[in-house]
Design a protein around this ligand. Sequence first.
Ligand code: 5GP
Ligand code: MG
Length: 183
Amino acid sequence: MTEAVRFVMLYPREQIQATVAALARDITRDYAGKNPLVIGVLKGSFVFLADLTRRLEFPLEIEFVRLSSYGRGTSSSGKVTVVHGMRASVKGRHVLVVEDIVDTGLSITHLLESLRVKKPASLRLCCLLDKPARRRVPVEIHYRGFTVPDRFLVGYGLDHAEQYRNLPDICYLEETRGQTTSV
Ligand code: 5GP
Ligand code: MG
């Protein structure tokens, strides 16, 4: 019997774009005129952030942070460190964090806490994908694209071993037995 992995399309590009447009409308309603600081979490949010911010037609500033997890496992270790910090000042700014996916919630909680102590005027989270099945800490998500099943997703910025971030659609990887399809 052969074992292989195949991609199963979950959200095609047209559906993603419609959802990004809806998020941009909500964010425009809430942030136009506030010159927000939009912070993207690398690497996974880079495609989403680029599409989202190009639909925000008002002044804003863009920053990036990169997080790392240490200890056993990866994102579920609970020990998260900001590797690349920001130059922009957060104090008194309206800060909107843009994340690809919230899974256990540990990484984004750490980032939000580290931003909150810098005293922003407001602090909100926009995530494209919310995977609540494995949540370990409650996370308040102000702008949410899709609530997703407990699958490992790739594409539209999301990777598997650093591959597939450039896929325009969001897929999940499925192991198949006795089939010949492979990636
Ligand atoms: P959390 O700390 O919420 O468990 O982890 C969030 C991070 O784990 C995401 O920003 C992402 O980098 C990674 N992650 C969680 N679920 C998935 C998934 O289904 N696919 C991919 N490619 N990364 C994921
Ligand atoms: Mg991420």
